[in-house]
Design a protein around this ligand. Sequence first.
Ligand code: GLC
Length: 474
Amino acid sequence: MKKKILFVASEAAPFIATGGLAEVIGSLSKELARKGGYDVRVVLPLYSEIRQEYRERFKFIGNKTVPVAWRNQYCGVFEYALNGVIYYFVDNEYYFKRKGCYGHYDDGERFAFFCRSVLEIMPLVDFYPDVLHCHDWQSALAAIYLKSIYCSTKEYANIKTVFTIHNIEYQGKFSLDNLQWLFGIDGYYQGIVEYNGCINLMKGAIECCDRFTTVSPTYAEEIKDPYFSHGLDGIVRRNESKLCGILNGIDLDYYNPATDKALFANYDAKNVAPKATCKEQLQRMLNLQVRSDIPIVAMITRLVDHKGLDLVTAVIDEAMDCDMQFVILGTGEGYYEHYFAELASRHPQKVATVIAFNSDLSRQIYSGADIFLMPSKSEPCGLAQMIASRYGTVAIVRETGGLRDSITPYANGGNGFTFANYNAHDMLYVLKEALTLYADAQKWSDLVSKAMNSDFSWKSSAVKYAKLYTDLIG
Ligand code: GLC
């Protein structure tokens, strides 16, 4: 008998993606299904922005009425199979026919509807999982509703829950008076979801779940500390016996420089030479000076504080005195968008700034650059450093979260460069070390091949999730 796993998430690649969460849902479910022994299914909201090419192939399964506290709402269910995984899409146009997945005034109600639907559609699709695996605050209520409303019903009684924190910064906080009329949670359970005078859905899920995980071993330690926990360290420590950290992988079929159609040329670890073409074309496209011997340092990031951009702005002019080019791609806070646009105008032919979210361009940068900079203040896992490494672009990271668990220092025989303290000159120091090594072609190419051969597959991490499920259900 296959073990039945149901993922609950607010996004999943390739259907809808705003960040790393989507990639993890798409690629981890696929890997578990491929492993065998698991019937993996995923529930998502049917956002109107889900890519049309998929949408038109969805199969309508049925509909029912779902309670959202005192309201009754229409809930349609669509199904689609991909990579051995069955996806369910929960349809309600009032909640999900909007621009963007998040940031609406009624996100609390939207995801309350979504989570309630997850439990309500189980009889309709005839699938009661052994493990309900919820990801981030948007799906926290599914675990909370299971424990507070459904688990007294026979079919639901044996469902175990896992809750994964992809980023502890976003907790789903709402004012306490929403407890019953909006979320439909009985006052008896107030203590479970209440924290610091608010409803805190992430806290509620940590309390309710059988196990909770986060996306790297280092981050699992860090969130016990107030510096990283955004206020939840006490709750994390109290529930520590249920916690483990499992490092994310990346989808090696998708992120493959040998087959990636977005690239100017394809290559692999055994034949890296065509990467030079990727670099030359990237320089042309971005109006940089075309030179094969000048290292390109790249960043692909949301332009927000915790990505370490204040370190970059503090020393980038000093860094630009070195013989290097700098490319940055991303969108985010206005301050940084303007800063980097202005930096490019001050350093023509040496700096390129692209304020956009562009998947093809990102892979052209991963393949065309030499060095990838990721100096995050905190980073639960981070996928970009793994993608860059796979494309032969050597990562420089700060030793935090998954960055620390995936990139190890060159000086110790590792696959990249790291620095420990959140300090701009420490970062500049290792950047200069990397630039120096770049000048030594043989040593650099050895490091590139080490980076490309790092194991960022899902294989070993999927085994850890499998063990977690087995521990829970026997
Ligand atoms: C969040 C985290 C990021 C992680 C991703 C997938 O976006 O901020 O570090 O890689 O989730 O788990």
